[in-house]
Design a protein around this ligand. Structure first.
Ligand code: ASP
Length: 297
């Protein structure tokens, strides 16, 4: 069988880079372990799931443990993964699980559906043997309290000014069989209304893959949904190399005031990494060479 060159790229959100060392450690660990699995012949689904789980467990990122808290102080999380063979699974506004990406994969593999949300997603997770887990950290509780004070009663208008803490994580990989998988996991935007589902688990917005490539996006979810970021990049990968496709879409998003970042891989294993925010943390490995975001940002 023809072996495609393997590659992996991971992001830790496009909301600036506080605690760069913690981000770097998490991203390097996730990308290295994922790449190691690909090198041993693992499928990109397994490598992406594992790398996303590693990032969900690192508390600096806004996903899994350390997720941002909603208006009521709850961690409602979103996650999804999609392959270049159009398999898709997602969860929206799920609470009390450690690794939402695991549940998303179970939705993909064990149900006829693409997306389960809220109570239904939690019931499904328990049915599949996923145990109760509290992902709220003291660090995120303190941030929530600080931001909650600023919000006062001007809820909707103020929220937009406050959302700068994009820390969603995502991973895209291509395996030796050329299968591309994109996975994204997010704690959403701090102080969002309960029940809000962001771009992460909506097919084509935060996460998308098809025969041309795969993409994971991060940033202001409502704007990413309007701009259909992930699908737009992957469609352009039919004509352009990954980085060019990513850049065209980030420029398009900028025109509409959409703050976002994205990573992707096209079918030739070329990597995209683009954002229009202050900075985005990321790490990629291809041909055994690791590349990393600029820590000075
Ligand atoms: N895109 C995520 C959301 O709006 C936030 C992020 O990227 O950090 O839910």
């Amino acid at each position: 069988m023809k072996r495609t060159p393997i590659a992996i790229v991971a992001h830790g959100g496009a909301g600036g880079i506080n605690f760069p060392q913690r981000r770097k450690n998490g991203l390097m660990k996730a990308a290295s372990i994922g790449y190691g699995m690909l090198a041993q012949g693992a499928s990109s689904i397994d490598a992406v799931e594992k790398a996303v789980m590693i990032l969900e467990d690192v508390t600096i990122f806004n996903a899994g443990t350390g997720s941002s808290l909603n208006f009521m102080g709850e961690a409602e999380m979103d996650a999804a993964l999609m392959t270049s063979e159009l398999q898709f699974g997602g969860v929206g506004a799920i609470t009390h699980v450690r690794n939402p990406i695991r549940v998303a994969r179970l939705v993909m593999e064990k149900t006829d559906h693409l997306l389960l949300c809220g109570e239904g997603a939690i019931h499904f997770a328990r049915h599949m043997g996923i145990k109760y887990y509290n992902p709220r950290t003291d660090e995120k509780k303190r941030l929530w309290k600080r931001m909650r004070k600023k919000l006062q009663s001007r809820y909707f208008r103020k929220l937009r000014e406050l959302v700068e803490h994009y820390g969603t994580i995502g991973v895209v990989a291509i395996d030796t069989n050329g299968l591309i998988t994109a996975g994204t996991s997010s704690g959403g935007i701090t102080l969002r209304l309960p029940g809000r589902v962001g771009d992460t688990p909506l097919i084509g917005t935060g996460t998308y893959a098809d025969e041309h490539g795969g993409v994971s996006a991060t940033g202001h979810g409502e704007e990413i949904m309007r701009a259909m970021v992930a699908f737009r990049v992957v469609s352009l990968m039919a004509r352009y190399p990954a980085q060019r496709a990513g850049k065209i879409v980030v420029d398009y998003a900028t025109k509409y005031g959409c703050q976002c970042g994205l990573i992707g891989i096209d079918k030739k294993g070329r990597i995209a990494c683009a954002n229009n925010t202050k900075a985005m943390s990321w790490c990629s490995i291809k041909d055994g060479q690791m590349k990393l975001f600029d820590m000075k940002n």
